[in-house]
Design a protein around this ligand. Structure first.
Ligand SMILES: [Zn+2]
Length: 345
């Protein structure tokens, strides 16, 4: 079980980089990964603090995260020989740091500049264009430094996506429990409760989040980090990724012009909750309140793509048993589900 040793959340926490470096006994050479925009926003400051702490610092810009990018990055790491990696940016940057540091057996520190999904603290990463359209195991960050002042500068849509990813744990946990009952799969009550509590807290604090209160952002950040920890405890993405995530992955395959991960998972959660005969209306209401998409049109995908994605979802990951595997829905049943929940009209 890998868990972060330090989690620092709040306004201006970038200033605490030297303190974290000192406490964790980090010395030698650091490699900062960031995209050019996030480097200006935060990476530069992080590098400056690292240099002031006596470390020598290299910087590599990250644009995309394909299998080829990972290989290039790994050979650059072998050449530069850093003792630690810092991922300063959004999902692509953090995932790059996570995968490349993991394979090279060096620790990494996560400094998120957006909160669009739960990857900021999880040990899992997604690689684009790989044969697996879902996340793979990498390593958990040694520390997370989340500066709410930096994060609040990101477009609002990122925050909404993060909320969608968290709310989708309502059905992810149901699927995990179902797999335990039907297939005798390992089920960890603690990890499941942690994921579920995050979904509940974001739901309860939706108003604070919508009004863009610092307190709301903090709830969302803590929820995203708790979900990352839940995955570390479970040793897989199970507590945080069920049928609603499979729907989102399927939509990514069908429609390359897809919406954000958390936005799609939110819609997937409505569909899955309906199939569970659970309170899908409540989930839809919270997503609407947050300004998250709740229809195909709001996701900017065709009605037919939603139906196709629901049909494809179970097939892309047969070993991850969910309600979709149990029900084995026909195309007609998928369409009926999408229509009944108002996702297509
Ligand atoms: Zn997710």
């Amino acid at each position: 079980m890998q868990l972060p040793r330090e989690v620092i959340i709040g306004k201006g926490t970038l200033n605490r980089v030297p303190e974290v470096v000192k406490r964790l006994g980090i010395k030698g050479k650091a490699l900062v990964l960031s995209d050019l925009q996030c480097y200006e926003l935060a990476g530069k400051t992080v590098s400056k603090f690292l240099e002031e702490s006596g470390l020598s610092v290299d910087f590599l810009p990250i644009k995309t995260m394909t299998m080829k990018d990972v290989l290039v990055l790994e050979s650059q790491i072998k050449e530069l020989k850093p003792q630690i990696l810092f991922g300063v940016g959004g999902g692509t940057v953090i995932d790059s740091a996570k995968v490349s540091s993991g394979s090279q057996n060096i620790p990494f520190i996560s400094i998120p500049t957006t909160v669009s999904h739960d990857g900021i603290a999880s040990p899992l990463a997604s690689i684009k264009g790989s044969d697996k359209p879902y996340s793979i195991m990498a390593q958990a960050p040694l520390a997370i430094i989340a500066d709410t002042e930096v994060i609040s500068k990101a477009p609002w849509r990122f925050m909404v996506s993060g909320c969608g990813d968290i709310i989708s744990k309502f059905t992810a946990v149901k699927d995990w429990k179902l797999a335990h009952i039907e297939n005798n799969e390992y089920y960890g009550g603690y990890a499941a409760s942690l994921a579920l509590m995050s979904a509940k807290l974001v739901t309860e604090n939706a108003e604070l989040i919508v009004y863009r209160q610092d307190e709301g952002l903090r709830v969302l950040l803590e929820a995203l980090i708790s979900c990352g920890v839940a995955m570390s405890i479970a040793g897989s993405s199970r507590p945080c990724s069920g049928s609603e995530h499979l729907f989102s992955h399927a939509l990514d395959i069908i429609n390359t012009n897809h919406a954000m991960h958390g936005e799609q998972c939110g819609v997937g959660c409505i569909l899955s909750a309906y199939l569970y005969k659970a309170n899908w209306q409540g989930i839809k209401k919270t997503l609407k309140q947050l300004g998250a998409p709740t229809t195909a049109a709001e996701l900017s995908v065709k009605d037919a793509d939603v139906v196709k994605a629901l049909e494809l979802a179970a097939k892309i990951r047969p070993e991850r048993y969910t309600i979709l595997h149990m029900l084995n829905l026909s195309a007609e049943a998928c369409e009926k589900t999408a229509r009944a929940t108002g996702i297509i009209s």
